[in-house]
Design a binder for this molecule. Structure first.
Ligand code: GDG
Length: 496
């Protein structure tokens, strides 16, 4: 990926995320390294290589300790060491309480407005506090090792308390945080115990810059903070919060993907071969192929998607057999009961629908319930006539952008939930409200019936948008805004 120039990145970079970029695992008597999985890690890895920075993350691999030094440090990438991965070990109790518990059973449903699923426990909160302290200490230790005032880039909702903690120890650090998921409005945030609300907001105000995917989430953050900390002042023109003598800026940076890399993957001979096989198998002749790709997560609207299909096949029997639904649902967070139940419900629903509607030469829904390689995903995107993203809430949704990047021939229809952050940018997609089942089915019908010319013109607009807002653009704008925030805040502090 061609990286931005980063002329402004004159401080040592320390990145903090829950997932680590390289995981060491025992395999067949030896140790294997699992390279960056997932788009975000792959996008950030080159920046760390370029800047010889430090990445602090949870040690999730069962051979991680074997290869790291006494401090949990290991040089990566293994074949050509360029930066330091600093691993943080969590006890089983903290994986349960911090990660599965407070982060994924309280904050995740809360931020996605799944109020009835929010499960707050004192022990999980304590574990979240403890884990945040552990990660903060690791960042501080790395900063001391490197020397100078670093730029610390914190990722996501796992680490709301980290910025303020680091700030207390290294006042001159430039700290900023990207919040990948939605931020809830005050009434929903208000479900949390008062003390927890205050601690989270104060923790985040340790940042120089808070980064969100959309205007709406940024506004929600400001509304929450105004309610929780009435003494905080927000200057809307400057997008600046002032609280207890410190300032935090708020910015909107919709995340993107490595467009060139997806286009390259989609054009590989083996991808084309896989894509042709998918079409021959599931969409022979005039039959169309509708696809979806998600982690198996209740926020992605998989159950509603299946209901819309059921509604369509029942109310418009002539649609049966005209398309196959290829549903890629990657297992996720299976240790959390709600996720295990979702998996069970989705599998059940698919078996039931296939039993009811299948014909001799047609299986209505084909499920891929596995972790698949990126080139197979590219083949799925390439093979599709229609891609459906039906999130009930979603910070951005990268799948929508990946589908567009892979449509190098300019065809294909994107059906996109109004409740995905991506909908703000991708206005030429077919919008859908996944809660309104009949209308969802109607929209699928519109997508399937859309004339080639309209498909091409909508896709041209989508491709134009995505090619002009890539992951490199995102990195460039976020890192330069963080540097600028650091500069102006320093000037503000001098003037105070
Ligand atoms: C959060 C926010 C925001 C999926 N299955 C496989 C696989 N994937 C890849 C896709 C895509 C990514 O996972 C999923 O993208 P989402 O955008 O849906 O992400 P979330 O995991 O929900 O993450 C989200 C994102 O952060 C970034 O800020 O967009 O709103 O919830 O890249 O391709 N990749 C591979 N095998 C799979 O089986 N290799």
């Amino acid at each position: 990926m061609p990286l931005p120039n980063l002329p402004y990145l004159d401080r040592p970079l320390i990145l903090l995320s829950n997932r680590e970029p390289y995981e060491h695992v025992h395999r067949g008597g030896g140790i294997e390294v699992r390279p960056p999985a997932g788009g975000l890690v792959s996008a950030l890895d080159p920046i760390l290589r370029r800047t010889h920075g430090t990445w602090v993350a949870w040690a999730s691999g069962n051979a991680d300790r074997t290869v790291a030094d006494d401090f949990g440090r290991v040089s990566v990438p293994p074949e050509d060491p360029a930066y330091t991965l600093r691993r943080v070990w969590l006890s089983e109790d903290d994986v349960e309480g911090f990660y599965l518990g407070f982060a994924n059973s309280a904050l995740w449903p809360l931020c996605h407005l799944f109020v009835s699923m929010v499960d707050v426990r004192r022990s999980n909160w304590k574990s979240y506090v403890r884990a945040n302290a552990l990660f903060s200490a690791a960042v501080v230790q790395e900063a001391e090792r490197i020397g100078g005032a670093p730029m610390v880039w914190v990722h996501d909702y796992h680490f709301a308390l980290v910025p303020a903690t680091i700030r207390r120890t290294i006042p001159g650090a430039l700290i900023h945080q990207f919040w990948h998921i939605p931020f809830p409005p005050p009434d929903v945030f208000g479900i949390l115990p008062l003390g927890v609300q205050g601690a989270l907001i104060r923790g985040l105000l340790g940042n120089d810059l808070m980064e969100f995917q959309t205007d709406g989430y940024a506004r929600n953050f400001v509304d929450c903070l105004s309610r929780v900390l009435p003494d905080a002042r927000f200057d809307a023109d400057e997008a600046r919060i002032e609280f207890e003598g410190r300032a935090t800026r708020v910015g909107v940076f919709p995340i993107s993907i490595d467009v060139a890399e997806w286009a390259r993957l989609a054009a590989l001979p083996r991808t084309i071969e896989m894509s042709d096989t998918l079409r021959q198998r599931y969409a022979p002749g005039a039959r169309q192929l509708v696809v979806s790709v998600d982690r198996m997560d209740y926020t992605k609207g998989i159950v509603r998607r299946l209901r819309a299909l059921e509604h369509m096949w029942r109310s418009e029997p002539e649609r049966r057999g005209t398309f196959t639904m290829l549903l890629v649902a990657t297992p996720s967070r299976t240790d959390i009961p709600v996720y295990a139940r979702l998996e069970h419900d989705v599998l059940d629903q698919i078996v039931r629908l296939n039993d009811e509607f299948r014909t001799l030469d047609w299986t209505p829904i084909v499920l891929v319930h596995d972790n698949v390689d990126a080139d197979l995903l590219a083949a799925v995107y390439r093979a599709a006539d229609v891609c459906v993203v039906s999130s009930l809430q979603d910070g951005m949704n990268l799948v929508a952008k990946e589908f567009i990047a892979c449509r190098t021939n300019g065809t294909g229809v994107l059906v996109l939930s109004r409740f995905a952050g991506a909908a703000d940018e991708l206005s030429s997609a077919l919008p859908v409200n996944p809660f309104f089942i009949d209308a969802f089915a109607d929209t699928l019908g519109v997508a399937l019936d859309m004339p080639a010319q309209e498909r091409a013109s909508r896709m041209a607009q989508l491709r134009h948008r995505v090619s002009n807002a890539t992951i490199e653009d995102w990195l460039d704008s976020i890192l330069s805004a963080a540097e600028a925030a650091g500069r102006t805040l320093k000037a503000d502090a001098a003037a105070l």
